[in-house]
Design a protein. Structure first.
Length: 85
């Protein structure tokens, strides 16, 4: 596990949010892994901005926002899905 992912997982533990039970938290971990992989500057900036938005949402609610969770779970994003999904 690399630095950003480790920091994100520590923050989620502090917030008492399980990434396996929250689409927002799981997405945050995925973005952290992508940032740890060393993307280019533009992609890193976009990943960081999205991570800030997700973390702010998780901190603000203090719990999982179920309506948002359902919406995000229903979105089909080719970059996040395997071929044929």
């Amino acid at each position: 596990m690399k630095a950003v992912e480790s920091a994100v997982r520590a923050e989620l533990r502090r917030l008492e949010i399980d990434a396996s039970e929250s689409v927002l938290a799981a997405t945050l971990v995925d973005l952290a892994q992508r940032l740890d992989a060393g993307p280019g500057d533009r992609a890193a900036a976009m990943l960081s901005a999205e991570m800030r938005r997700l973390l702010a949402e998780l901190k603000q609610t203090g719990e999982v926002n179920r309506d948002l969770e359902q919406f995000l779970a229903g979105i089909s994003t080719p970059a996040f899905r395997a071929p044929g999904d």
